[in-house]
Design a protein. Structure first.
Length: 152
């Protein structure tokens, strides 16, 4: 919580709530993820014979790793300097990888729900959150593709 509060204050100049919440949760999540690795983490991705894991555990971890790398890329270019250097077209095309990263994150979460044999409330929370996020994305897309006709 202290880490989130620190980032909240660090980016207090940003006026909108969504930006502040995003920053206040993204960086602490990244730091906590780095601290959580222990043991032999390579076995999350390969088996004892050093072959790529194709079981549900491997799929969960591979999808999570790819999502994390995509989010790191997105984090790295989510600033005004990158927008200026890349230009709006290239920057926006890279930002669209957010959808792939979100889908991979959902796959990762769903796989772990199954692996961990989570109770129904956790599954409901996952799928409700996913449905709400997808609904907002579809509504946003719909508004850009089919703007309301202005009268007068």
């Amino acid at each position: 919580m202290a880490c989130a509060a620190a980032f909240w204050e660090l980016f207090a100049a940003r006026r909108d709530l969504i930006t502040r919440l995003s920053i206040a949760t993204a960086y602490p999540s990244l730091f906590l993820s780095l601290l959580a690795i222990r043991g032999r983490p390579w076995l999350y991705f390969v088996d004892q014979r050093r072959r790529l894991r194709h079981d549900l555990f491997g799929v969960a971890n591979h999808s999570g790793l790819i999502a994390a790398l995509l989010f790191l890329l997105l984090l790295a270019i989510s600033n005004d300097l990158s927008l200026r250097r890349l230009g709006t077209k290239k920057w926006k095309s890279l930002q669209r990888w957010t959808y792939i990263a979100a889908a991979l994150t959902t796959l990762h979460a769903a796989a772990y729900q199954h692996i961990e044999k989570r109770q129904l409330p956790y599954e409901i929370l996952l799928w409700t959150t996913t449905a709400i996020a997808a609904t907002f994305q579809i509504l946003g897309w719909w508004q850009t593709k089919f703007p309301r006709l202005k009268s007068g």
